[in-house]
Each structure stands twice: as structure tokens, then as C-alpha cells.
Design a protein around this ligand. Sequence first.
Ligand SMILES: *Cc1c(COP(=O)(O)O)cnc(C)c1O
Length: 458
Amino acid sequence: MKLPFAEPYKIKMVEPIRRNTRAEREKWIKQAKYNLFNLRSDQVFIDLLTDSGTGAMSDRQWSEMMIGDESYAGASSYFKMKNAIQEITGFTYFLPTHQGRAAENVLFSAMISEGDLIPGNSHFDTTKGHIEYRKAKAIDCTIDEAFDTSVDHPFKGDIDLIKLKAVLENNPKEKIPLIIITATCNSSGGQPVSMRNIKAVSEMAGQYGIPLFIDGARFAENAYFIKKKEDGYADAGIREIVREMFSVVDGMTMSSKKDAIVNMGGFIALNSETLFDKAKTYNILFEGYISYGGMSGRDMNALAQGLYEGTDFNYLDSRIRQVGYLGMKLREAGIPVQFPFGGHAIFVDAKRFLPHIPKEEYVAQTLAIELYIESGVRGVEIGTLLADRDPVTRENRYPILELLRLTIPRRVYTKNHMDYVAAGLINVFDRHLEIKKGFKIVKEAPILRHFTIELERL
Ligand SMILES: *Cc1c(COP(=O)(O)O)cnc(C)c1O
């Protein structure tokens, strides 16, 4: 018998979670104004809201916490983090920030002005938020295949080179301060970007003299997919692939709450000394002195250790296989899910799940609420609420895909939990025609509205 895969770790500490009843959940979600962000975590049984900062640190990371150096300037923890970043990414300079969006805030303050255009594959919501806050525009040049959940394409995070070239060709160079590749591409389903595509974009960016950055929150998962799917990489090590990815770009922003498996932290890493000097000032202004930038010494230590663990093949293999296991269970039950499966989450195609609910009634949010009521599992809407309104017309922006994201925290849940989640969603699928109506908005913020939005049942 072929030995099955199993997690390359065992559990040393546990955290109790509590099951609840359907009646309780119906009451709580109503009190939460049908916004899953408003639920208290103890009202949730299995929390698949996000993989951001929700991972389980290892015993080694916890040991590193104990030997953190809390000196204001020049702490050994800063140098530990610097060495890890240099060794793993190859970039010369780095700035610590308290999380990924803070890295965006600092970098974009140094690079983006009003009226600029920032092309890339689908930008992450905070990235887009920081671009639009500066009255600049994020341009989505993702390949069309990414927007059809039934098309099998190994690298749905790839940038469409024709779309990108059109942006570069038709606009003055001064208006395009940088190109951003998000790897893996969260918004299109945790989909990877191929090495071939990264290199082709890099070449094009070079021809036009425009800096290229990677939003690298899930760079290690991206490298895993390159190893698994791209010709010529089967025998390459994860860290070797990571170095190759970063060798053809000018820098990166990082949410360490993802692939560095820490609860809080981020950084910018880059090669240009001029840009580093410029960004440094904003780092001091917004984040803290350049040798800690919003992080404590112990957190920088844990992050450094997490970067090594997060780029370990056996860890990545078990993580991504766990995500795939949930995807397979749903797919076998006939539930429409983004295929191939992404690295950190399973994305349920809500338009195909609830084809009778109009987009004006927030299809993916409706599905997320139904799954919570059915099972106590909290997923998250990646759809119209997340897409915000058009900054000029103030009309709802209806994205091509309405997705329910089931995001798997790193090293936290077991296979039984995955079975439970699948059963919950299958139950909703069995009664999907009984779900007759969606929701309407009663209160919303002007930007990043999904976090605080309030809804009412139609
Ligand atoms: C999470 C994330 C961010 C923002 O990072 P935070 O740590 O949440 O501020 C940016 N880009 C991508 C791709 C992300 O997944």
C-alpha cells in the first residue's frame, strides 16, 4: 500500500473551540448585521475568514520569541530578520513594517502620485485601496482564463502580456511608477504566477524602464506551484525557485502574516538604494525607526524563523495538499469551485452555486451567511462588497467572479475539520433552491467597505 501523506509536525498545544446551535447562529448573524467580520470569534466553530495572521507558530518560533532583543536601535532581532530576508529573497535592503498594508503605505508614499496607473494581475484589496487613496488607478491585466472557474489553466495568476503592453504603450512612462505582480494572486483565487510569466513581465518592464515589484504575501506557495507545475522546475528546491523569482524584479512588499507564519508583521525588500532612502523617511513617519518599523524584537525573531519554515518543501506540500483535499471533497459533491485549486483557500463560485440570486443582492455574501448559519463555519465574500464602488461614479463595481473564499489557516485545522466544512457546504448545496433572496446594504464606508458594512435581508 502506498503510504499516504501526513503532516510533518505533531501537536503540542491545543486551543478549545466550541460548537454552537443553528438558533444561536441565526441570532448572532442578525446581530452582526449580516457581516461576518462583526461576529465574535467564539460565535464561530471553524474560522476560515482568512489565513492572515491565523497560523500556528512552531515551538522554534516560540523559542525565538523568548530571545527577542527589544533594543530601540540596532537590535540583534533586526539583524536576524535582515539575514533571513537576504538569504531567502536575495534583496539588498529591507524595511520592517507592522503588516503588509503598512509596507504598501510606505512604498507607495515614495512611489505613487495622483493620476498614476499601476498595472498588474488582480491587485489585493488593500493594495488597490492604497493606490486609489492616492487618486491613482490599479489596472487589472490578469489573463482571461482566471475569470472562468471551470477552465483548467495551471497559472491563472499570470499577467496577460498583450493587456500589459497596451497599458505601457498608451500611457506616458512618468504615469506608471511601478508594475505589481501579486504572487499568488489572491483576488483571482490564490492562483500562482509562472516563472515564465514573471520573467516576461520583467523583460517588458525593463524595456519600458518601469520598476517591477512582487506583492509576495504568498511567495512560497507560488514557488511550490512552480515546482509542481512548470516545466524544468520539478527538481529545483523551493528556496532556489524563490531566489529565481525575486532575481528578476526590483523589490517586494510582504505581509508576513501569510507565508512567514507569524501573527503580525511585514516588510519591504528592494535593491535600489535611492528608493530605500526615500522610503526610509516614510517608514520612520508611519511605522517606527528603521530597525523595528512597527514590530517588537521578539516578533522579528519569530518572523525570521517563520521565513525558513514557510519555505520548507514538506511543510508547503502538506499545507497545499490540505487545501486541495477540501477542494476535492467539494468538487466530488458537484459544488462549483475555482479549479485548479489555489494555494491558501478554496474559492466557491457563488454565481454558479446560487444562479437564481441576482448580482444586486450580493450572491457570494448570501452564500457565506448561509454556510455560517448551516455549520458555524466562517468564510468570506470575495465579490461585489469587496470590490467597493467606482471612485468616480460611486456605482457598485460588479466583478466577473462572485466567490466564497474558504481560507485555510496554516498548521491549525485537521482533516476532520475539513470534512466538517465540506459537509456544511454540501448541506447548503442540497437546499440551494430554497434560498430565495439575498441582501441589501443599509450602511457602508466610502472605501474598504466590506469590513464594516451593514446588511438587511431582502
Ligand atoms: C494580506 C495581503 C496584503 C495585506 O497585508 P496585511 O498584512 O493584511 O496588511 C497584501 N497583499 C496580499 C496579496 C495579501 O494577501
